[in-house]
Design a protein around this ligand. Sequence first.
Ligand code: BDR
Ligand code: CA
Length: 313
Amino acid sequence: MAPRKIIIDTDPGQDDAVALLLALASPEDVEVLGITAVAGNVPLALTQKNARIICELAGKLEVPVFAGAAAPLERTLVTAEHVHGKTGLDGPVLADPKMPLQRQHGVEFIVETLRAEPPGSVTLCPIGPLTNIALAFQKAPEIVGRVAEIVLMGGAYFEVGNITPAAEFNIYVDPEAADIVFKSGAPITVMPLDVTHKALTTAPHVAGFRAMGTEVGRMVAEWTDFFERFDKEKYGSEGAPLHDPCVIAYLIRPEIFSGRRINVEIETTSELTLGMTVADWWGVTDRPANAMFMGDLDADAYFALLTERLARL
Ligand code: BDR
Ligand code: CA
């Protein structure tokens, strides 16, 4: 089968970095048409720079990186330096990237690519707030029907929230954008905290990254060491959730994930539960299903895939 054409929309973030590396290491499965940066974990000036650092680390200087939205549609940006550090990629010492940022705006790139490629051939992979995707859909509503699938990291049902008691970070940062995307009618697959909180980095996983003996292996181990400190303290768990690579792993090995096709709506008004993904997991309403909402993954298979693929870089 030909590799799936994808656009990764991202706010790196150490776990975003691992997702990008996994995609860039897997050309037989995914063809990365471009990477669009969005403000999220850290401001846009850093996320677009971090995306280029990661492409250079992977030796993939030909992959175009675009800057998208610097702020959510209607709200002030909320960032997550408390998790990812000041740069978003705290841990190892990183040099500034040399590869250029594309001149075109990230939203323009998404619109243009979906118009140019055959309908149903491009998959969008948002692993940050959904601002760029919503802006693209607002600007060019006709592209919605041309999207093959949106596979995104965001939301939660059983795990509820990580930035507030009720909301997951990516959805909370731009709930209006998430609302537009979930109502768009495009086929959506969601990797919520219910899945990603089972993708825990353990000491043997991190040792495995380090044992690769490569620059990529060392970086991934150092990034993991860094963000583990926060998550271990917060969750009292053995390791930290490696959220965003679930999106790319799903494109490569969908059989390691399981979930339900259900209705998911986004809370945009309540102060208390803003950004909550109201997921009808038990089918208690007549609201039509609009998303495949994942609930479980085979963590051993996930880390085996990550280790095998990252070792190629
Ligand atoms: C999500 O929020 C970010 O901090 C991570 O990169 C991930 O995309 C997890 O809630
Ligand atoms: Ca992210």
